[in-house]
Design a binder for this molecule. Structure first.
Ligand SMILES: Cc1cc2nc3c(=O)[nH]c(=O)nc-3n(C[C@H](O)[C@H](O)[C@H](O)COP(=O)(O)OP(=O)(O)OC[C@H]3O[C@@H](n4cnc5c(N)ncnc54)[C@H](O)[C@@H]3O)c2cc1C
Length: 294
């Protein structure tokens, strides 16, 4: 294949498990890591012209990669594609940067507004695509505009529709920059809120074991974790994957778990919760690539 990128930007048969927080799954047929905005647009044009499947990977903190790998191109953005900008209370950051970056810079510049993002792993691209958040707020409520890349180039958009854990991005668009609208406000309260959130995470989440955060979204009027606990699946294990004993809506990798192990647990949780409570669980985690079970 004649790539319009430098050899350092394209890796064939690249294992993806190390790029995900749960550390399972197979290899990308092509892992593409463009180092300039121009290379990114060229890569997207190549993907379109060659008819290759495209998978966008951020920090892999909400992604389950299939054991049989990901066909086509898996695209991963670096953190330093563009310079960061601060204009009064508007902060523009790279989509490939860690979510922690907005929290760090917000605090440094004595701004408030994005406290609920503290402690959420992954990248800003993933946080906007997923509309990541907690009961205290959602990412897209503090986003003023997104810069998107397609095969035709780069452009800023605002006013995209979003809902719980989902933003309506145009198909195939890659978020390249995120402009946050923060504000001036009580700094002490902001720091206390973040410290409280981090303490809560440490107490209630199995952070020392590889995982991908909440497995299922919370169904209207329910907590997914409470439902899975109610059907007695806390601690249930398939292969080397286990429903966390600390939080039933989390699956942890005990070491060398496969995507098939994780999927079998998810299947069992959905089956038992539906049978015993009548509630349908919807995965929050994004499955990418090919799985044994199809
Ligand atoms: C310990 C732990 C705690 C967590 N706590 C929370 C929490 O409190 N709240 C919460 O909402 N989530 C939480 N999560 C889940 C995860 O952190 C978030 O969903 C996060 O936003 C994922 O970002 P990512 O970059 O890792 O996305 P990935 O997993 O890489 O991708 C997720 C989705 O975003 C898309 N995407 C990624 N980057 C881009 C881009 N640049 N352009 C377009 N699409 C893109 C991907 O294609 C995929 O569909 C947690 C996960 C872990 C491991």
């Amino acid at each position: 294949m004649k790539w319009p990128l430098s050899p350092a930007e394209v890796t064939g048969d690249a294992p993806l498990a190390p790029w995900t927080s749960v550390r399972v799954g197979g290899a990308a047929q092509w892992l593409v890591r463009p180092t300039t905005p121009g290379a990114l647009v060229q890569a997207l044009a190549f993907v379109r012209d060659e008819g290759l499947p495209l998978t966008i990977l951020g920090g892999g903190a909400n992604t389950l990669v299939g054991d049989l790998g990901v066909p086509g191109v898996t695209l991963k953005l670096p953190a330093g594609l563009f310079p960061e900008e601060l204009d009064d209370t508007r902060l523009t950051l790279n989509a490939g940067s860690a979510i922690a970056r907005v929290v760090t810079l917000m605090t440094k510049h004595q701004l408030v507004g994005a406290e609920f993002l503290a402690g959420i792993p992954g990248t800003l691209g993933g946080a906007t695509a997923m509309n990541a958040g907690t009961k205290n707020g959602e990412c897209m409520t503090v986003v003023d505009a997104l810069e998107l890349a397609t095969a035709d180039g780069l452009g800023w958009v605002s006013g995209l529709a979003y809902r719980y854990r989902h933003t309506e991005l145009p198909a195939g668009a890659v978020v390249t920059r995120v402009r946050f609208q923060l504000r001036r406000g009580p700094l002490e309260a902001s720091r206390e809120a973040m410290a409280a959130d981090l303490g809560y995470r440490k107490r209630t989440q199995p952070l020392s074991q590889p995982n991908f955060g909440s497995v299922f979204t919370n169904p209207e009027g329910h907590h997914a974790g409470a439902l899975i606990e109610r059907v007695r699946l806390k601690g249930h294990r398939v292969g080397n994957a286990c429903i966390s004993t600390l939080h039933a809506n989390w699956i942890v990798n005990l070491g060398q778990a496969t995507a098939a192990d994780v999927e079998a647990l998810m299947h069992e949780a959905r089956r038992r919760v539906l049978e015993e409570t009548g509630v349908t669980l919807t995965p929050e985690v994004k499955r990418v690539g090919r799985f044994e079970r199809g």
